[in-house]
Write a protein that binds this ligand. Sequence first.
Ligand code: GUN
Length: 311
Amino acid sequence: MGARRLDGKAVAQAIRGEVAQGVREMRQRTGAAPKLVAVLVGDDPASRVYVRNKVAACSEAGMRSEEARLPASVPQEDLLRTVRALGADAEVDGILVQLPLPPGIDRAAVLLAIDPAKDVDGLHPLNAGRLAMRLPAPVPCTPAGVVELLDRSGIPIAGKRAVIVGRSEIVGRPLALLLLQRDATVTVCHSKTQDLAAVTREADLLVAAIGRPAWLVAGHIRPGATVIDVGINRLDDAGRAASIFGPDSPRVREVRERGYTLVGDVHPLEAEERAAFLTPVPGGVGPLTIACLLRNTLRAARARREGEGGW
Ligand code: GUN
């Protein structure tokens, strides 16, 4: 059949353009540009790339941004103090603590230490609760990006059967709430779901957010479904890359030359045959996460500096 690709890059670019315009207008009104601080603990290579990309995207949109780096061995109290100090810093509009955190650090305690008004990831329990209660709140960036991608690609949500595979606080759970709010019939699957394929095959809208390379295959996908692949997995085994992408794929060369290639949670070739719409990896949901982070930062800055609701 040949699924149509949903162009996350193009949608993300459009949002980033809107944010850049919003930043220019805010600077004209107030003389200040929004400022994001990304806290990176440890040196996980993927997290370093994500944070670097987020900081670079801020400057491209005319915002100020900073990376606060702490060693993986940082005592939890020091990390909490850093996060609280950012909350108290009048110059800082948005705070993001890159996840995952190193073992031994209590993630819930760190998220609780973020000033909810600066919580541009929407992960503070107050904001998660506000989302659940349908009150205005910053929405986690990846789920917000998924909904934006659907909306701007003209894919309807209301009345559709949505199946989300993955129940994380950062993607699966908030996305379930957002889709429910948009009148989808939502099912959330997870590692204990029995006969996963029977459930996912019911989906008009199938979202994979489990962090397992090429895990969902043809048998999981209803012909004609829209498949949103949130996974970004590093594959460093050329043989495995050859078995997923085919032996002659440039992806196999990429593994040999760069050391890895990226693959989503959905088998790309099998989904291509079944789905009507499919997000590529890379270039699908990933760019939208950053675009929505920028938008959340602008909204947080407006709300804090200008008293606008905005969320
Ligand atoms: N790790 C992977 N995705 C994200 C994200 O959207 N926000 C944060 N803080 N950490 C992440």
